[in-house]
Design a protein around this ligand. Structure first.
Ligand code: ZN
Length: 197
């Protein structure tokens, strides 16, 4: 295999859920396409990735100071759903089960990956709770020891804030489960049956 093509395949294969076979198919399809799709993709990717960054309030991706969710006045204040990744927000939005506010923390505490509290996007949580009248924090983190540890840590940091309820998604999220593997029905059930912590 040509080393340049091989390099490209390796880059694609590192993307989430793209294995070697899919990466090979994508790369060969782009390189043999005569309509300019490869250069259009490269240009758009460069353009978009140069202007997109995390929302300063919640961590969802945006090209402005605040993301569409934070600017949307029709969304309810009062409940804040804490997720690990931006992709989890998309999973929730697809199911239409939640109409409150999101907060993307960007990881979970882990000795394996070396993720510490400083790496998490949690510093402005107390401010958000005050500004957005948050009365319920819903943890929708991975159903793993690391996810639980992270939820416990965040609860401890917010310990002195009064009149706030902490909940987590009900069973239905399989142990070790990532949110984006859930179908809409399972997520809706897990959300509806959330448990108080
Ligand atoms: Zn935002």
């Amino acid at each position: 295999m040509n080393p340049k093509i091989e390099k490209l395949i390796k880059m694609f294969a590192r993307l989430p859920r793209v294995g070697n076979r899919a990466a090979t198919r994508i790369v060969l399809s782009l390189l043999t396409d005569k309509t300019g799709r490869a250069s259009a993709l490269a240009t758009t990717l460069a353009e978009v990735s140069s202007v997109i960054h995390p929302c300063q309030n919640c961590g969802v991706l945006t090209d402005g100071d605040l993301c569409d969710f934070c600017r949307d006045t029709s969304r309810e204040n009062g409940s804040l759903c804490i997720v690990r990744d931006v992709s989890d927000v998309f999973t929730f939005e697809k199911s239409s089960v939640f109409h409150g506010r999101y907060h993307v923390i960007g990881g979970v505490l882990s000795g394996v990956t070396g993720t510490t509290p400083d790496d998490l996007n949690i510093k402005n949580l107390p401010q958000r709770i005050t500004d957005e009248n948050i009365t319920e924090i819903i943890f929708a983190l991975p159903n793993t020891i690391e996810g639980k540890t992270t939820a416990n840590y965040i609860m401890a940091t917010l310990d002195d804030i009064e009149n706030i309820t902490f909940t987590e998604l009900a069973s239905g999220v399989p142990l070790g489960g990532e949110l984006d593997y859930l179908d809409d029905g399972t997520l809706t059930l897990a959300f509806g049956g959330r448990k108080k912590l």
